[in-house]
Design a protein around this ligand. Structure first.
Ligand code: PLP
Length: 395
């Protein structure tokens, strides 16, 4: 219906729904678990909020339109959305999942779904031949997360979708890092898109939420059944907060991505930085694919310092980013994957996944890029000073 508009216009059209009754510019927060039925025999659109709520509906319609899907679903967290999606599978079914998948997704697969008889194989999804080799007669899903966390590896969504079509299984894509502003997996052939809306879509580090968008009617019906049956729905007030965050998603993520490119380019020239992982830099292995399937490299980057001591010094000497888990907020967030998102991996597993002891991940916020660069210059200078101190004290 709104297809002719540019994305920035669509976002506003999707999130500003004038209330037909009062003219209120915002969707009311319908804090009601139940709805009065006027007709003894025929019930209205809404009966009970687990099954449907007008505020949550507005959010679900907005994300469905932005991802270009059939129907959207809001969940209590990204993990609630992902877990519910995996319960489309039954005992005896098999999923192919990236080796470097989000830690919570790894946990649900290995410690919960396995117990229920849902099997999985971890592969490097950037290598299509590894995916194809892992396909079995009972494979139901190929799961993609691109760019990946924290080394920003890029998987070809269209190529994976062609494979899943040939083998009659589904492609699920975790689109948290890109959002529909930069990457629309359904348009590339995927069947289901998942989000931790806790991140960019909310954008203010104030809501934990998940979203899913089904690309076709059949999958939408199945997912609706599961959303209602399992009941991990997003609360009404949080649905409203998410709609509020989405209104500025376009400007927020574009500004952050612009700054991320500047920060990545700066870091890649610093002698204290061993390596920068950002698909917006031409030397990144996923650079060309990223720019074919997405319109930006996004606002997340990682960089490798010499060792843990250097990472600690850097974190202790910068003042702009907060040091925390999570990403995708107005404030820049610096995190240390070996002790945060990837703490469950052994050291050997970590190194194999390319997560060295000096790796830091940065989610670039809305601070001025030059201010961030000045702040990081101080952090890097502190590393040099510390090293100098150590050398002179040894002498
Ligand atoms: C945070 C995150 C999740 C999990 O979402 P929650 O909202 O924390 O449950 C899933 N995938 C990715 C890529 C994430 O960053």
């Amino acid at each position: 219906m709104t297809e002719d508009y540019q994305f920035s216009t669509r976002i506003v059209r999707d999130t500003v729904r004038v209330d037909p009754e009062t003219g209120a510019a915002n969707v009311p927060i319908y804090l009601s678990s139940t709805f009065h039925q006027k007709d003894f025999d025929h019930f209205g659109k809404y009966d009970y909020t687990r099954s449907g709520n007008p505020t949550r509906d507005a959010l679900e319609n907005a994300i469905a339109d932005l991802e270009g899907g059939e129907r959207g679903f809001a969940f209590a967290s990204g993990m609630a959305a992902i877990s519910t999606a995996f319960l489309l599978l039954s005992s005896g079914d098999h999923a192919i999942v990236p080796k470097n998948v989000y830690g919570g997704t790894f946990r649900i697969l290995t410690q919960v779904l396995g117990r229920l008889g849902i099997e999985h194989t971890f592969v490097d999804t950037t290598d299509l031949s590894q995916i194809e080799q892992a396909i079995r007669p009972n494979t139901k899903v190929i799961y993609v997360e691109t760019p990946s966390n924290p080394t920003l590896k890029v998987t070809d969504i269209h190529a994976v979708s062609e494979l899943t079509k040939a083998y009659r299984c589904y492609t699920f894509v975790d689109n948290t890092f890109m959002t529909p502003i930069f990457q629309r997996p359904l348009e590339l052939g995927a069947d289901l898109v998942l989000h931790s809306a806790t991140k960019f879509i909310s954008g203010h580090s104030d809501v934990v939420a998940g979203l899913a968008v089904a690309g076709n009617h059949e999958l939408a019906d199945k997912l609706y059944f599961l959303q209602n049956a399992l009941g991990a729905v997003l609360g009404v007030q949080d649905s409203w907060l998410l709609l509020r965050g989405m209104k500025t998603l376009d400007v927020r993520i574009r500004k952050s991505a612009e700054s991320a490119l500047k920060v990545a380019a700066f870091l890649s020239k610093q002698p204290e930085v061993r390596r920068v992982y950002y698909p917006g830099l031409p030397q990144h292995s996923g650079f060309s694919l990223q720019h074919i399937q997405a319109s930006s490299a996004g606002a997340i980057l990682s960089f490798e310092l010499e060792n843990e001591a250097a990472a600690r010094t850097f974190v202790n000497h910068v003042s702009l980013p907060i040091f925390a888990v999570s990403l995708g907020a107005v404030e820049s967030i610096l995190s240390y994957p070996p002790k945060m998102s990837h703490a469950e991996l052994s050291e050997a597993e970590r190194i194999k996944a390319g997560i060295g002891s000096g790796l830091l991940r940065l989610s670039v916020g809305l601070e001025d890029a030059e201010d961030l660069i000045r702040d990081f210059t101080r952090g890097l200078a502190a590393i040099k000073e510390k090293k100098h101190e150590t050398v002179t004290s040894v002498n």
